[in-house]
Design a protein. Structure first.
Length: 373
């Protein structure tokens, strides 16, 4: 278990911490009682905070306040890539001790288990995140993450939350596996090979409409990007908008988005809602995909944000037939849908290559006709 670390907080930090609404009056009374001091419930909380902050404090006092004021970690987007290799999960398991040592060197702890008849390994990783912009008792947060390694026909599929810590751990994992297979290659979803804005926009169209078992109902948020142009000395006062976002209903069909695409903007992040196919009583699901590096369209990630439950008296197929508030879905269903979104993203890349190849052939035919004429 990763132990949270905390420096000696000042009396001002303790005072401010006790006065936060998360710290209840009963918890403050218990803090005094642990010192052998009985306090009246009628005593003002501010006075109690002044008194307690003037005491000498132990590590347990800091830990207690930190646990009460603990940081609520938001669910993170997932990223996935494939290792083109002849290695199997059994080969990974043979190197699990070395992999664990590498992860420990990254300041984390890890446990592992083998699933699916030896075809999948889960690494349960616990690590710390330090945020010095927060108050003394919320600077250190302990996070848990799952990194999966699954054996497929094309190699090994790796999936983990998208953040720097897990990316560093993932790199260490690859280093260990490369010592077993020098020809190992990392294949990931990116659009750097497609420089035309319209091609990058097609990727998101293919993806949102291609999630198996789901029908896209509405694209509610679209984020677009237009790389900065090289400005010459005579263009210093030229205006250039780099990014923009559109929110609403039917965003992907709007004239505003079409105009932005015509001006050289391309989509890099999308949020959409979908229902299950052939299910009149389906809940309304909300998904999100993006490239964290929009300029080069790299670092692809995805997330199931939740679902809007179906109302019993709702109109079939209409968004108005669903609750307004979004709720989480079960972990089993979330894992299933994550696989479908990832599969749709890889399929979108294949469709994009095919579309560009067809377009290239058509351009070649046109050029031949012009030359012949």
């Amino acid at each position: 278990m990763v132990q949270s670390s905390l420096h000696a907080a000042t009396d001002k930090a303790v005072f401010d911490a006790i006065n936060q609404h998360k710290v209840t009056k009963d918890e403050v009374l218990n803090m005094f009682f642990s010192r052998g001091v009985i306090v009246s419930k009628k005593t003002d909380k501010d006075d109690l905070a002044k008194e307690f902050s003037s005491f000498f404090h132990s590590y347990n006092d800091y830990e207690n306040l930190s646990s009460i004021l603990g940081v609520n970690n938001r669910k993170e987007k997932l990223t996935s890539y494939t290792l083109d290799t002849s290695l199997k999960v059994s080969d990974v398991e043979d190197s699990i001790k070395k992999i664990k040592e590498k992860i420990v060197d990254q300041g984390a702890t890890v446990e592992h288990r083998v699933l699916k008849d030896g075809k999948k390994i889960e690494l349960a990783i616990t690590y710390q995140v330090l945020n010095l912009s927060k108050n003394d008792f919320q600077q250190v947060s302990v996070r848990d993450a799952i990194l999966t390694i699954e054996e497929t026909d094309s190699g090994l599929d790796i999936q983990h939350p998208q953040n720097k810590k897990l990316s560093d751990i993932s790199d260490e994992l690859i280093d260990v596996l490369e010592s077993k297979d020098k020809n190992l290659q990392k294949d990931e979803i990116e659009l750097s090979a497609f420089e035309k804005p319209k091609d990058r926009c097609k990727f998101f169209k293919f993806l949102t409409e291609g999630v198996e078992g789901f029908r896209c109902k509405d694209v509610t948020d679209t984020y677009v990007f237009n790389p900065s142009k090289k400005i010459t000395s005579g263009q210093k006062n030229e205006v250039h908008i780099t990014s923009a976002s559109l929110k609403g209903t039917g965003v992907n069909l709007s004239d505003e988005l079409k105009n932005l695409h015509e001006q050289g903007f391309y989509t890099w992040r999308v949020i959409w809602k979908a229902v299950k196919e052939n299910r009149d009583s389906s809940d309304l699901y909300e998904f999100e995909v993006q490239f964290s590096e929009p300029e080069e369209c790299k670092d692809f990630s995805f997330i199931v944000k939740g679902s809007y439950k179906r109302k019993d008296d709702g109109i079939v197929g209409e968004v108005s037939g669903h609750n307004v508030n979004r709720t989480p879905i079960s972990l089993i269903e979330e894992n299933q849908i994550n696989k479908l979104i990832n599969k749709s993203a890889w399929s979108a890349i294949e469709k994009l290559f095919a579309a560009c190849a067809t377009e290239g052939d058509e351009n070649d035919d046109t050029e031949k006709q012009v030359v012949s004429a």
